[in-house]
Design a protein around this ligand. Sequence first.
Ligand code: AHR
Length: 318
Amino acid sequence: MKRILLASVFAVAGFGTASAADLTVGFSQIGSESGWRAAETSVSKIEAEKRGIAFKIADAQQKQENQIKAIRGFIAQGVDAIFIAPVVATGWDTVLAEAKEADIPVILLDRTIETADDSLYLTAVTSDTVHEGKVAGEWLAKTVADKDCKVLELQGTVGSSPAINRKKGFEEGIASASNIKIVRSQTGDFTRSKGKEVMEGFLKAENGGKDICALYAHNDDMAVGAIQAIKEAGLKPGKDILVVSVDAVPDIFKAMADGEANATVELTPNMAGPAFDALKEFKDSGKAPPKWIQTESKLFTQADDPMKVYEEKKGLGY
Ligand code: AHR
């Protein structure tokens, strides 16, 4: 009787709720296509450890079918929540309905999905990826002013929310500058090697790149690959061809310090921290977080002491 009384006193005082340390969270991660992705994985582990959360990561190696399998595995194990970085935007309704049926909250990390039923996930922790593209486009418009500017675009993974939105945002950012034209646009799948390969093809098809004024890459890794291709074509990246991209990984700061890249829009790799906090509050109080927890997007240019930022970032898991 005494024990029951004590237990109810603790419950009223809020001690009876699950502590973060009691939680097990499964994370269906896309893979390791970029430096940013590697950092997101390591930062997520650190954030879980800080809170004493048991954290299981399944690497989908870029395949949606592997993500769906992993999610079903997490449901079968009865985890307390599932985090998903969705490789593409569509095709999630069935498996998310299974998680909902099992009463397991789902949180989307860094990418969004297209669904008519937003009750299928608790919240999405992402940046505004349209805004990122817009910031990059506006930076270019301001930098080239009235000069005619032919742009090459390296897109991210086909069908992924950042590829769709960063393209849209960039087009919005240059919409009022009729002197800027995207002359070629193709996917480089967010990887350094594909970025280089596609850039080589672009340069060959565009008179060796002599008439090109800028490269817009949907992530820094593709930009770094493309910078190599520009150099091999005998041109100076950052001068003959301006380079603007997204992520703010250490290597792009090194390239900026060397004058070979011009601007990047930062995407924080810490998506899991805010997700764990929202989950904990939801489990403790039943209070649902906002449907979108937005992370910041900051523009960095060569004027921002890139070597200093490189030194600060290089040990952070990228
Ligand atoms: O979803 C975020 C994007 O995925 C990053 O910008 C890119 O580097 C990663 O692969």
